[in-house]
Ligand binder design. Structure first.
Ligand SMILES: C[S@@+](CC[C@H](N)C(=O)[O-])C[C@H]1O[C@@H](n2cnc3c(N)ncnc32)[C@H](O)[C@@H]1O
Length: 243
């Protein structure tokens, strides 16, 4: 198991990777938004947001969400899911995106202005120290983010802290890696940046339950193509906080 210093080194590397992606151009780490969303859904979203999107599905597709809910996207990147949701739920809604990359947040802020979506708010912050008050959020979404953390317990306990009683998290994550590594320690920082998750459904579930979540559900598991022609297994994971 990695010590705290090593965990922070991995995390700093991952943040730098995404910061330079946002500065330099298109992401090649995950699947393209056109694999997930229709051209109509993506219409009007600035091209830079589509190019920087590093998702593995849609956390919000098929969900019943309402304009009066506070919804926070953890690791929002250039803000695609935040913008699509803010536009769909209308100007009364308030959707917050949090990301640790300054460049991603800056791209997201100016793209939301350009696309005329003022109800999308973006905050710079770490998923292990989320800039949101205790019990202030109805739904936390995340898209291809949780897998990046060697210390997932910290992320889960922060999500638990900010959720209101009865709130829930819905995360899209790749639960199986195409790399057949024996242990976490064999993974490089580059692997973590590519959201490789070396956990089974059971291990993922146990980590959420031991954080305090009442109930965990895996839904909509599907194979999604990697940009390089490979395939990974993506799942929609729900974790419910008791009322
Ligand atoms: C695979 S990308 C997913 C981005 C976005 N959810 C999407 O669908 O395009 C992972 C994102 O997590 C962000 N990130 C990396 N480390 C982070 C951390 N410690 N806390 C919060 N966000 C982080 C990266 O900057 C990047 O934008």
């Amino acid at each position: 198991m990695k010590n705290v210093q090593e965990l922070n080194q991995v995390s700093d590397f991952v943040k730098r990777e995404y910061d330079s992606l946002a500065q330099n151009g298109a992401s090649t780490l995950c699947c393209s938004p056109s694999d997930t969303y229709t051209p109509e859904e993506l219409a009007g979203i600035p091209r830079i947001v589509l190019e920087l999107s590093s998702s593995c599905g849609s956390p919000t597709k098929g969900l019943e969400l309402y304009p009066d809910q506070t919804i926070l996207d953890l690791g929002c990147g250039a803000g695609l899911d935040v913008m699509l949701l803010a536009r769909k739920l209308g100007p009364e809604s308030h959707i917050i995106g949090v990301d640790a990359s300054n460049n991603m947040i800056n791209v997201a802020k100016s793209a939301a202005l350009e696309a005329g979506i003022p109800n999308a708010e973006f905050r710079l912050g770490d998923a292990r120290d989320i800039p949101a008050q205790d019990h202030s959020v109805d739904v936390v979404i995340s898209n291809c983010v949780v897998g990046m953390f060697p210390d997932k317990e910290k992320v889960f306990s922060e999500v638990y802290r900010i959720l209101k009683p009865g709130g829930y998290m819905v995360a899209i994550d790749t639960i199986f890696s195409k790399k057949n590594s024996e242990s976490f320690d064999e993974l490089t920082s580059q692997d973590w940046a590519a959201c490789i998750v070396m956990m089974s459904e059971e291990e993922y579930t146990m980590k959420l339950l031991s954080t305090g979540f009442e109930h965990v559900d895996f839904r909509d598991q599907l194979i999604v193509p990697y940009r390089d022609g490979n395939e990974i297994t993506s799942a929609k994971i729900f974790a419910f906080k008791s009322k």
